[in-house]
Design a protein around this ligand. Structure first.
Ligand code: TRP
Length: 334
């Protein structure tokens, strides 16, 4: 029996992932890889749409891959690889760009936000076609489901539209994928600014819990997290965003329900609650951090694992690309 296929990816945009990536993505991926044939990529080609120091980008790519593995993505079970190692991604993106409307791509809200922020001269064509490359990532693997945050939902909708359009024009070629959007209880906010999403590119470091932070540093950040003057450990996103965020992190990392945690800390202060959360975070991240750092000590071995997985990925991707080239009428190379 073939398992349904799953595809997801993350940009190598920081040296360390943060607790939001861990809870929102990695914990789910780790679970889903049991029941799906899963492909996880480090999307380094997408990262080129932002300015990068070349040596740093290489390092971030390795670090991101090491953290996937340390967090429990098993490279012998799931196909975990670096996007640029499989040339079919860039090749399919070109073909898909020829069936994507200019206006259609221009309606992507992430592009609109970013291009408005940077101005048109600082906005690259690569940023404009970013969602088309993402569609290629997904469609190459005949993907059934795509777990993503809600900021990526529109890109998966575009992917579906492109797959349906291509299939209608050239005959069935692509599986039409379904987005699986992360739940609100998997959404993590900045510790200092708990109405803004916790982000790898946050302005201040104090609000971000990094997977690779020293446990003492994480504990300090938790103790200093913004709360409120109400004093009760209670979930209320609207009026108590700081405490609610800490409760969500606590619940996600322990697998407990929020009401049970509220009960445990009823009548106790925020200090007690934060101390307990710091312990939870240290216990969960300690081994992940140790394992990731150990792998980064042996980059040759990590590169070998990534090469093996890129070869596995290419087998699937190349078959889809060959079919696409054939369907659109490119002359077969003999
Ligand atoms: N654009 C996604 C993000 O920024 C990353 C990504 C690239 C991705 N290709 C993908 C996610 C394919 C899911 C599937 O989060």
């Amino acid at each position: 029996m073939n398992k349904p296929r799953l595809y997801s990816g993350m940009q190598p945009s920081a040296d360390s992932l943060q607790v939001g990536n861990y809870i929102g993505a990695l914990m789910q991926w780790r679970e889903l890889q049991q029941s799906y044939e899963a492909f996880f990529s480090v999307v380094d080609l997408h990262a080129l749409t932002q300015p990068n120091d070349p040596a740093e980008l290489r390092e971030k790519t390795r670090r991101t891959a090491a953290q996937y593995i340390a967090a429990g993505i098993e490279p012998s079970k799931s196909t975990l690889y670096v996007q640029s190692h499989v040339p079919a991604h860039a090749e399919l993106a070109w073909v898909l760009s020829t069936v994507t409307g200019f206006g259609e791509a221009g309606r992507m809200t992430q592009f609109k936000d970013k291009s408005q922020r940077y101005g048109s001269d600082a906005t690259s064509v690569g940023l404009f076609t970013y969602p088309v490359l993402m569609a290629a990532d997904i469609l190459l693997y005949q993907t059934d489901i795509v777990p993503v945050g809600d900021d990526q939902k529109q890109h998966v909708e575009l992917t579906r539209d492109l797959a349906e359009r291509f299939n209608a024009r050239f005959g069935t070629t692509f599986q039409v994928p379904m987005p699986v959007i992360q739940q609100d209880t998997a959404r993590i906010y900045d510790l200092q600014n708990p109405t803004a999403k916790m982000s790898k590119s946050a302005e201040s470091d104090a609000g971000v819990l990094w997977l690779l932070d020293d446990p003492a540093v994480s504990a300090k950040k938790i103790m200093r997290a913004v709360t409120d003057s109400d004093g009760t450990v209670r979930y209320d996103r609207e009026n108590k965003p700081g405490v609610s965020n800490l409760l969500v992190i606590f619940a996600a990392l322990t697998g407990r329900q929020i009401p049970a945690i509220e009960d445990e800390f009823a009548g106790r202060g925020y200090g007690d609650f934060k101390k307990a959360l710091a312990e939870v975070v240290t216990e969960e991240f300690g081994p992940v951090r140790a394992r990731a750092l150990e792998m980064l000590d042996d980059p040759a071995e990590l590169d070998r694992v990534l090469a093996v997985n890129a070869a596995k990925a290419a087998e699937v991707a190349d078959a889809t690309l060959a079919d696409v080239y054939d369907k659109v009428g490119l002359l077969r190379r003999v």
